[in-house]
Design a protein around this ligand. Structure first.
Ligand code: 4AD
Ligand code: MG
Length: 443
């Protein structure tokens, strides 16, 4: 039962005056005893279809009248150009069949008014019915934008000879600190869900030199915020023979490439969501400034924000800092005490590490974290001991330094956060089909 024609193509004028067959779902319907209008939707758009009882006969007419919202249909008819219809076209029905009906006792629960209140009182209801909410226009557009973001990340790295590489999800130790580790019972032992691909990527760095992935990472974030998920999609890269500035340049180029790709591929979805395309063009076309952590702290203190040197910046601070940024900014040289053990201390001043976060404007904040790795055996052992971390789970990691260590580095980009920022979403859960947070693993 192949499908040949999509509604988007009909609305683009490819079938004017022709007899065609459409397959889709009822989006809305109304009419009288003699004429019935159905707005049919598929993954590419919507089109009004009109059935006259005299033309289609009583059986088909009654079947169409009984087809409730989200019933699936096959419709055959003639495409008419009609200025007054949505998209400029209308299908005059000659015959039709209902493929999958909807039971009148349990009509499709997602109503227009629930959707208008998506971020208000109906939030939990819509999350409970996420599997159905996905079919509504807003989610469909978000998912298409998301797909282009994934495609842009793959093309960026593949066009530059990076090898895609996979690391395990079950691991024995933390990458980003113990407080957000998910513990999993593992045949009488404890395992954890990975927070990052990084340590296993470093192990393959001498083999592949330039590598990347897009994979889920897990963080046991107890608080529910606009930018945290417990399962998020993480695009990570690692390069041999490179330091903080080379890695940062890749981060900047990647985010600009993603922005450009969205303008090329998702102009209409972004406009439908009310996103200003000039903003995205600005993010694609301009360089991203670099600023040291100390300067950011001074700026925040100057704005009257209570923040102390040595703290990692949380959302409340990044929000204030980035509100007036015109483009994303890199913050570099965080204090060593604010970052995990793998960051390389700055040889010029070991109070700091050679690292960077990329902060998105408009109050969105951190989308990338990365930097240069501690790459000699002596330094990594010092850092691990300093943090009172047991060495045992990291023996494989230390071996990377014991056998021909080289300067190297990489970053991790939160794909959901980038989708949220570029689509202008209010909340990170708007851009992922089945969001996971501390209170929700269903549906
Ligand atoms: O800054 P993070 O913790 O850095 C790392 O995991 C490094 N090991 C990456 C590397 O160098 N290979 O996480 C990287 C990015 C953050 O900047 C953020 O965009 C995203 O991952 N992220 C989250 N996104 C959604 N929900 C969460 N709970 C996230 N935690 C981190
Ligand atoms: Mg970070």
């Amino acid at each position: 039962m192949q499908k040949d024609i999509f509604i988007g193509e009909v609305q683009s004028g490819h079938y004017d005056g022709q007899k065609i067959e459409l397959k889709g779902w009822v989006n809305r319907s109304r009419g009288s005893k003699k004429i019935w209008f159905i707005v049919l939707r598929d993954s590419t758009g919507r089109i009004q279809c009109v059935a006259k009882k005299d033309t289609v006969g009583e059986d088909i007419f009654d079947a169409l009248r009984g087809a409730l919202i989200e019933s699936s249909l096959i419709i055959r008819g003639i495409v008419n150009v009609d200025e007054r219809s949505e998209g400029g076209h209308e299908l005059v029905i000659e015959s039709a069949e209902v493929v999958g009906p909807v039971n009148p006792e349990s009509p499709f629960p997602i109503t227009e008014s629930a959707m208008e209140n998506a971020d208000g009182g109906e939030t939990e209801f819509l999350l409970d019915n996420r599997h159905l909410y996905l079919r509504t226009g807003r989610m469909t557009q978000m998912l298409k934008i998301r797909s282009s973001v994934f495609g842009a990340i793959h093309s960026y790295f593949r066009d530059r000879d990076f090898t895609e590489y996979q690391a395990p999800c079950f691991v024995a130790g933390a990458v980003e600190g113990g407080s957000t580790l998910f513990e999993v019972p593992y045949f009488g032992r404890k395992a954890y869900l990975t927070q990052s691909w990084q340590l296993y990527a470093e192990a393959a760095m001498p083999a592949l030199e330039r590598l990347y992935t897009i994979a889920p990472s897990f963080r046991a974030e107890k608080s529910r915020t606009r930018r945290h998920l417990t399962e998020f999609w993480h695009a990570e890269m690692e390069i041999a023979w490179g330091g903080n500035s080379e890695v940062m340049q890749h981060g900047e180029n990647l985010v600009r490439h993603i922005s450009r790709t969205l303008i090329d591929e998702r102009e209409s979805e972004l406009s439908n969501l009310g996103r200003d395309l000039d903003l995205i063009a600005r993010y694609a076309d301009n360089p991203y400034p670099r600023m040291r952590y100390d300067e950011a702290i001074e700026t925040l203190q100057g704005m009257g924000v209570a923040v102390e040197w040595g703290q990692d910046l949380d959302y409340s601070k990044e929000k204030v800092l980035t509100q007036d940024f015109e483009v994303p900014h890199f913050l570099t040289h965080y204090p060593k005490i604010a970052k995990p053990f793998y960051h390389r201390p700055d040889p010029d001043d070991p109070k700091y590490v050679l690292c960077h976060d990329l902060l998105a404007p408009e109050g969105y904040g951190e989308i990338i974290g990365g930097g240069e790795r501690t790459w000699s055996e002596k330094e990594i052992l010092e850092r691990i001991d300093e943090e009172n971390t047991p060495r045992e789970p990291y023996e494989f990691y230390i071996d990377v330094r014991r056998y021909g260590g080289v300067p190297h580095g990489g970053f991790g980009l939160g794909v959901d956060r980038v989708c949220s920022w570029l689509s202008g979403a209010d909340h990170i859960r708007e851009v992922i089909p089945f969001p996971r947070d501390s209170r929700r693993v269903t549906p």
